[in-house]
Design a protein around this ligand. Structure first.
Ligand code: FMN
Length: 240
């Protein structure tokens, strides 16, 4: 399949064929491709839980109200947002950047290289550091005042940072689903679930957030609920 074919092939499938298994290694490969999705500041604040155990699949299906896409799934992928890992990920980026400089002395860094280090050492902590949302609110007011005089990044509240992390996880989700479509595997993204129960089933800490659960399998013809509906393109397309 080329990309256009995969985009057209992908549908939200609500009923998977009980007699058709999917290859765990192939699904794992699609998850690996998902990690190549673009993501905010390359912070990769995500984790992927690939569910193959029938016991856990059942628990997650119950937590997802036994909706058809969950009940008939052969496997599932739960995409987790790990905003709490920001320090670790910033350090991983720093380490990677420094390694790519190949023993260059700091005084010989180019301005782009200096900025890359400054970015992960200073700007990322400035954006991500927060205590109970209080520092975020302070930053928001401070940046708002600066915004009177020059363009400034304003999405610094705790709630903004959650959106930042979920946006990136959503892109990984779509990359995963297209990778699956490319090999004629089907998926259904789901947000209809009891997040607390899903976290319990996966033994996840309370502070992490679930971006999406993606059911996987092979479609039954009736698993695609009718023709695809989209608002006429001209209503959503604005050329400026
Ligand atoms: C974030 C998100 C959450 C969704 N949650 C559910 C869900 O809980 N159950 C479900 O059956 N479909 C769910 N869907 C699937 C949408 O209903 C579906 O993508 C939409 O109707 C368009 O159809 P298509 O995916 O076949 O193009 C979800 C989709 C997204 C992107």
């Amino acid at each position: 399949m080329n990309l256009t074919q995969a985009i057209n092939y992908r549908r939200s499938v609500r009923k998977f064929d009980p007699d058709k298994e999917i290859d765990t290694q192939k699904v794992k490969k699609c998850i690996e491709q998902a990690t190549l999705a673009p993501n905010s500041s390359n912070m990769q604040l995500w984790e992927f839980y690939h569910i193959t155990s029938s016991n856990i699949l059942k628990k997650i299906s119950i937590a997802s109200f036994d909706q058809p896409a969950a009940k008939t799934a052969k496997q599932m992928v739960v995409i987790i947002v790990r905003k709490d890992l920001w320090k670790k990920r910033a350090n991983a980026n720093l380490k990677f950047i420094k390694r790519s400089f190949r023993n260059k002395k700091p005084e010989n860094y180019s301005s782009r290289e200096k900025f890359a280090i400054y970015y992960y050492k200073k700007l990322i902590p400035l954006n991500y550091f927060d205590v109970l949302g209080i520092f975020g609110l302070f930053k928001y007011v401070f940046f708002w005042l600066i915004g009177f005089f020059r363009p400034i990044y304003r999405q610094v509240k705790n709630s903004d940072m959650r959106i930042v992390a979920h946006k990136s996880a959503g892109l990984a989700a779509q990359t995963f689903m297209l990778s699956m479509a490319d090999i004629n595997y089907d998926t259904c993204p789901m947000e209809g679930f009891d997040s607390l129960r899903v976290k319990k089933a996966l033994k996840l800490p309370r502070k992490v957030e679930i971006n999406m659960i993606i059911s996987c399998g092979i479609r039954m013809p009736e698993g695609v609920y009718g023709e695809r509906f989209r608002i006429p393109f001209k209503e959503v397309y604005n050329k400026v």
